[in-house]
Design a protein around this ligand. Structure first.
Ligand code: NAI
Ligand code: MG
Length: 333
């Protein structure tokens, strides 16, 4: 039995975490949940944005499944997602986008795994505002050590999973210093893995190529901001934010969460698609070595995605979040 920290999060977080935990119970997956929240909800209750009890639970269990947490735009608290990633050095944000049988999109044969650097860059939190001069500075801090770690992780993943190619998306032509650091780190990693093809593309061209001919990409590695944007773009290629999973991985802790946010526009209405969080939970099961349970659940999920009427509205179906979860349970073999 694995004890896993469960962070329900905000907005649709409650609905989709309930769907996933219901499916896990029905499938008798050997996981017990330790529920701990963070964000506005806990702040209103206890005055803590990231309660100590959550940190204790994470440090004990080292593995978590997390719903999305709302971050206010502009003034207000710093992102809890970014804080947790930095605090525990969860430097890899791994986001696979794969074409799903049953989900019709413009493309058919997409199988991209995006590695987003998850602790540095423009999300470092190094920001100043000079009211007198009217100047805001947001520092794009990139380190040699951080770049080496994420680039090496992307190549190691490619080698382990028999992938053919790693593409670095960057802007080293304009952002000379930080951009070149990442490019050099990637060249170093590429030299360690000669069996894997390496290419680099400037981010603007990369966006065009991803929309125009996404089948050419395999593993992508990039910095924090570019990775945030490209992963939503990649989600759009395979059916949208409702279906794309993710994992924040460090050397001794991993937090699994969907790519999407708290979706306030549909929260509390039973419209959210739990597929993205369920797929994140399946990545978690593989991480725990529970491959059999992961495969069984994936087969049930794939079967459900083929039954259009059992799917949620984002996929053209009519089912609610809980009806979709029930359909996955009904498809368990
Ligand atoms: P969002 O990802 O929450 O929503 C974007 C669009 O996708 C919306 O139309 C939403 O309804 C739809 N969508 C998202 N997930 C869906 C699902 N499971 N099923 C069906 N439709 C889905 O992005 P938005 O609206 O820009 O951000 C809302 C909040 O979420 C913000 O406060 C943001 O900071 C936060 N956020 C948190 C993340 C995290 O906790 N890891 C990641 C991204 C955003
Ligand atoms: Mg994002």
């Amino acid at each position: 039995m694995h004890t896993i920290t469960l962070i329900p999060g905000d907005g649709i977080g409650l609905e989709i975490t309930k769907a996933v935990t219901d499916i896990f119970s029905a499938a008798q997956v050997p996981v017990q949940w330790e529920k701990q929240n963070a964000g506005q909800t806990t702040f209103d209750q206890s005055g803590e944005l990231i309660p100590q009890a959550l940190l204790d639970s994470l440090e004990k269990n080292r593995v978590a499944l997390k719903g999305p947490i709302t971050t206010p735009v502009g003034k207000g608290f710093r992102s809890i997602n970014v804080s947790l990633r930095q605090k525990y050095d969860l430097y890899q944000n791994v986001r696979p986008s794969k074409s799903n049988a049953g989900i019709v999109t413009r493309y058919e044969d997409i199988d991209i795994v995006l590695f987003r650097e998850n602790t540095e860059g423009l999300y470092s939190g190094l920001e100043t505002w000079d009211e007198r001069l009217g100047i805001a500075d947001s520092t794009n801090r990139i380190t040699v050590a951080g770049s080496r770690k994420i680039c090496r992780a992307a190549f190691a993943y490619a080698a382990k999973h028999n992938r053919k190619k790693v593409t670095l998306a960057h802007k080293a032509n304009i952002i000379k210093m930080a951009g070149t650091l990442m490019l050099n780190a990637c060249k170093e990693a590429a030299a360690e893995f000669p069996q894997i093809q390496f290419e680099d593309k400037i981010i603007d061209n990369m966006c065009m190529q991803l929309v125009n001919k996404p089948e050419q990409f395999d593993v992508i590695v990039t910095t924090n901001l570019f990775g945030d944007i490209l992963s939503d773009l990649c989600a759009g290629l395979v059916g949208g934010l409702g279906v794309v999973a993710g994992a924040n991985i460090g050397d001794d802790m991993a937090i699994f969460e969907a790519v999407h946010g708290s979706a306030p526009d549909i929260a509390g209405q039973g419209k959210a698609n739990p597929t993205a969080l369920l797929r994140s939970a399946l990545m978690m099961l593989h991480h725990l070595g529970e491959h059999g349970h992961a495969d069984r659940l994936e087969a049930a999920l794939d079967a459900t995605l083929l039954q259009k009427e059992k799917c949620t509205g984002d996929l053209g179906g009519k089912a609610s979040t809980s009806e979709f979860a029930q359909a996955v349970i009904d498809n368990l073999k």
